[in-house]
Design a protein around this ligand. Structure first.
Ligand code: ZN
Length: 167
């Protein structure tokens, strides 16, 4: 016997194994329902239903049938647990990849910051060197100005004007 639920109204239905795969009209809601194969009801019903005692699926006192249902259920639960483990592993792999990616981004950001800091320091050093040279130049000009006497200034002016032929 195949026990299953109507996909439209969830009515619990029963059919003989030979009817598996055929379509019947649900006596409860008059909608067409495909009769699943003998093992399908357990596989398609939610986990909570699977966890119910085997006797509920196979009413009767036949211990062989009860044991078979028990075996099928545990096989199904094993399958679901394996699937769950695989899903968790996939998720873990994804999480690890994401973490590695984030670490790489953080590393690149750090390198970038260090590079900028280094460039800024070099720029600061260059600017202070320029300031120092400007101060030196100003000091030299002042010194030159103070050194030149009125006499030498006159000589220079005459030379510049082309009036002095010999220095
Ligand atoms: Zn129905």
């Amino acid at each position: 016997m195949v026990t299953f639920r109507c996909g439209h109204c969830a009515q619990r239905l029963t059919a003989i194994d030979e009817k598996s795969g055929t379509v019947l009209t649900c006596p409860s809601c008059d909608e067409p329902v495909r009769i699943p194969s003998a093992f399908t009801p357990e596989q398609t019903e939610p986990l909570a239903l699977i966890a119910r005692p085997a006797v509920e699926f196979l009413p009767g006192s036949d211990p062989w049938l009860a044991e078979l249902a028990q075996r099928l259920r545990s096989r199904l639960v094993d399958g679901l647990l394996t699937q769950r483990r695989q899903l968790i592993q996939t998720q873990d792999t994804g999480t690890i990849q994401l973490t590695e990616f984030e670490q790489r981004i953080a590393q690149l950001q750090k390198l970038h910051r260090e590079r900028i800091q280094e460039l800024k320091l070099r720029l600061d050093a260059r600017e202070s060197e320029i300031r120092r040279l400007r101060r030196q130049k100003a000091a030299l000009l002042v010194e030159l100005e103070s050194r030149s006497s009125p006499e030498t200034r006159l000589t220079a002016e005459l030379r510049d004007a082309g009036l002095l032929l010999r220095a």
